[in-house]
Design a protein around this ligand. Structure first.
Ligand code: ASP
Length: 328
């Protein structure tokens, strides 16, 4: 009898009442995971054992329709949710995987709170055999309530791996293990606990100098270099008056003669050029920087674009832009 009472007491410690569970806001945006609020709750009843969940739909479309205006709106909403609710444990953002990297990195640079923002999605739709969405949302919820995940910046959680928004890349068009980081994941979601085993040292969230801007972000297109390019796309963009350009160059920022010439003319016209590479690994080194041509280090072109757009909200000075790219 006494043993039964002790067991009951133990169980009530192990399984807290719903009202005692941490609170998590889930913001949905569509994508393959594409679960609306109620669908999410019905599909994943286990969520209710991890956290008290409130679901909010922000938009519902494939992430190829995401725009910088949506990044700003999401960042404002998440900052506001944290500011208005000190007891909120964390935020989960469900998002299509195609442009998850850009949205996550923008939030990493503009959400000013140390509580976890966890971005997740899925590679297989809800009706597929072995759909990965439910497991990814459960893993995301476990990270969102984990004390260890605080102060780590925005995290991308899929396939049980925890990646930093800064480093993560989608590397395969179809596989569930598509998300990888050049420097390795920051942690993993194991069945017993959430494990963080690496801390990134670039600035983010509470240490970031960037905020969701009030004015629209500047126009910053990405231009790919290629063998035999005559640089005419870059010249046309400069003539159009764009605010900055990201060049997807060859390894370590090397460019064709046509692109090199067009980049020089762009910077002479005062248009900053961020020099990224089409090679997925390895840096574009600082030695490639000269004035308004900024070497982006290990950022891929689409993340360099996010950083340049934010940097241009605060400065156009070459040395400041270079400092920003070395810092974030
Ligand atoms: N088409 C999807 C998207 O919205 C792909 C995905 O979610 O995996 O990005």
């Amino acid at each position: 009898m006494r043993r039964a009472a002790a067991l009951l007491a133990l169980l009530s410690v192990a399984a807290p009442a719903a009202a005692e569970l941490p609170r998590v806001l889930v913001i949905t945006t569509g994508g393959t995971i594409s679960l609306s609020g109620q669908e999410l709750a019905n599909a994943i009843p286990q969520l209710g054992q991890i956290a008290q969940i409130k679901v909010e739909q922000f938009v519902r479309f494939g992430s190829s329709s995401m725009t910088p205006e949506h990044w700003v709106g999401l960042s404002r909403r998440i900052n506001e949710a944290f500011a208005s609710d000190p007891g909120l444990a964390g935020v989960i953002l469900t998002h299509g995987t195609d442009t998850m990297e850009e949205t996550a990195y923008f939030l990493h640079l503009t959400v000013h709170d140390e509580r976890p923002v966890v971005v997740t999605g899925s590679m297989r739709g809800p009706t597929a055999v072995s759909a990965d969405g439910p497991a990814n949302v459960i893993a995301a919820a476990r990270v969102a309530v984990a004390r260890e995940a605080r102060g780590q910046g925005v995290l991308v959680v899929l396939n049980d791996w925890i990646h930093s928004a800064r480093d993560v890349r989608k590397m395969d068009s179809n596989r569930v293990d598509t998300f990888q980081s050049e420097w390795g994941p920051v942690g993993l979601v194991d069945s017993d606990r959430v494990l963080i085993h690496r801390r990134i040292v670039t600035r983010h969230t509470t240490h970031s100098e960037f905020h969701p801007p009030t004015a629209p972000l500047g126009e910053v297109p990405i231009v790919a270099d290629y063998a035999g390019s005559d640089g005419s796309l870059i010249r046309a963009l400069v003539a159009r008056g764009v605010d900055g350009i990201v060049v997807q160059a060859f390894a370590n920022g090397r460019t064709s003669p046509g692109t090199t010439d067009a980049m020089r003319k762009a910077t002479e016209a005062g248009v900053p050029v961020a020099l990224a590479s089409r090679v997925p690994e390895g840096r574009v080194m600082d030695t490639q920087s000269h004035g308004l041509v900024i070497a982006v280090g290990d950022l891929p072109p689409h993340k360099a674009r996010v950083l340049l757009m934010l940097a241009l909200t605060t400065t156009r000075a070459a040395d400041e832009l270079n400092r920003i790219f070395r810092t974030y």
